[in-house]
Design a protein around this ligand. Structure first.
Ligand code: ATP
Ligand code: MG
Length: 360
């Protein structure tokens, strides 16, 4: 049982500040994902929670007690890394038991814990094998087993699936989520893969360059991205961004090349008269009658995915590029023109300068 609280946490390496004041309250049993591009500070933040990096400024507390100066071993935390290095000369059983043995736990208790964890992970029949006799996914499960047997208060994961192939990653993702729900252990999971983050997290911390730019549930962040950066990072294919202008009353969007359209009443932004970036997700375009259309897209290329079709094309005088995701299989041809509308509620407005979302 553990809740974790980060209060205005900073980290500098020498004179370089890499984490610029992050705060977040993580509830007991919650699954939090730290998401962001390479180098944004995800691992550093996780390592501070683990006690592997000194906190430059701010506080990290577990169950209300500040742990800034506690050694990793005193924090009751287990961590799974990308490179989980099992001991090659030991069996799976011994690999899982090792950490308990050096803590001098009685043999019977070790055996019970290893067998219980193996049952949860469905690796009981592998306990006598050596790591080299296992598949990548099985090895990853043993690495998790090593953590489970310790019965920690908190699980930390740093990109644990990135060494696995795509199919196995999806399978293990599901298993980690199920396991976490069953054990109900507070978990913090680092990834740069937005689909992993969306599917695993109760909430996500989206990081950009050492800042937590948005904290929320996957759906909150997908529907209301706080900045253009977040909007572009969450969702696949990525959101389309168009240079645009809002009319002074905010009721009309003007795109380049003389294209403009009205925004429905309830969805008008609370600012107007400035240059903006208009964001539209590929899945939010709808085929429409020509005279009602907001834009006419000339198809450059299509990809049939089975359930959906991705359409790449351009519109307007300056050939602005768009990506569309249309449900169902469409056998469109190159150079066909599609007439498109987007519901006003699915338009996202971002300030051109700051990149911040313009609320409605
Ligand atoms: N020991 C260190 N000394 C100096 N700078 C460091 C150290 N560790 C990390 N950094 C820097 O801190 C920043 C954040 O690094 P971090 O490893 O936390 O990024 P990350 O988000 O985990 O990236 P990745 O997705 O590539 O693992 C980077 O600019 C990195 O170069
Ligand atoms: Mg990292």
């Amino acid at each position: 049982m553990a809740d974790v609280s980060l209060k205005n946490v900073y980290k500098s390496f020498g004179k370089t500040e890499v984490i610029h004041g992050i705060s977040c309250d993580i509830k007991d049993g919650e699954f939090i994902v730290i998401l962001g591009p390479s180098g944004c500070g995800k691992s550093t933040l996780l390592r501070m929670v683990a006690g592997l990096e000194v906190i430059t400024k701010g506080d990290i507390s577990i169950n209300g007690a500040v742990v800034n100066n506690l050694e990793p071993a005193e924090r009751d935390i287990a961590m799974v890394f990308q490179n989980y290095a099992l001991y090659p000369h030991m069996t799976v059983f011994k690999n899982m038991a090792y950490g308990l043995k050096i803590r001098k736990m009685p043999k019977a208790e070790i055996k019970k814990r290893v067998f219980d964890a193996a049952k949860i992970l469905e690796i009981t029949e592998l306990l006598d094998r050596k790591p080299r006799q296992l598949s990548g996914g099985q090895r990853q499960r043993v690495a998790m087993g090593r953590c489970i047997v310790r019965e920690p208060k908190i699980f930390l994961f740093d990109e644990p699936l990135s060494n696995l192939d795509a199919k196995l990653r999806v399978q293990m993702r599901l298993e980690i989520r199920k396991l976490q729900e069953n054990l109900n252990i507070t978990s913090i999971y680092v990834t740069h893969d937005q689909i992993e983050a969306m599917t695993l997290g109760d909430r996500m911390i989206v990081m950009d360059n050492g800042y937590a730019v948005q904290i929320g549930t996957p759906l909150e962040i997908y529907e209301n991205p706080a900045t253009r950066f977040v909007a572009g990072f969450i969702g696949s294919p990525a959101m389309n961004f168009l240079a645009a202008r809002l009319s002074a009353d905010g009721k009309q969007v003007e795109l380049r090349g003389g294209i403009s359209f009205f925004i429905q009443n309830g969805d008008v932004p609370n600012q107007g008269g400035q240059e903006i970036i208009l964001g539209i997700r590929p899945e939010h375009f709808i085929l429409a009658e020509s005279k009602k259309a907001m834009m006419h897209l000339t198809i450059d290329h299509i990809e049939i995915l089975g359930a959906d079709t991705l359409v790449y094309g351009h519109f307007g005088e300056d050939k602005t590029l768009l990506t569309l995701r249309l449900p169902a299989v469409h056998h469109f041809k190159r150079n066909t023109v599609l007439d498109l509308i987007v519901s006003s509620k699915n338009l996202h407005f971002f300030d051109k300068e700051s990149g911040k979302r313009i609320e409605r």
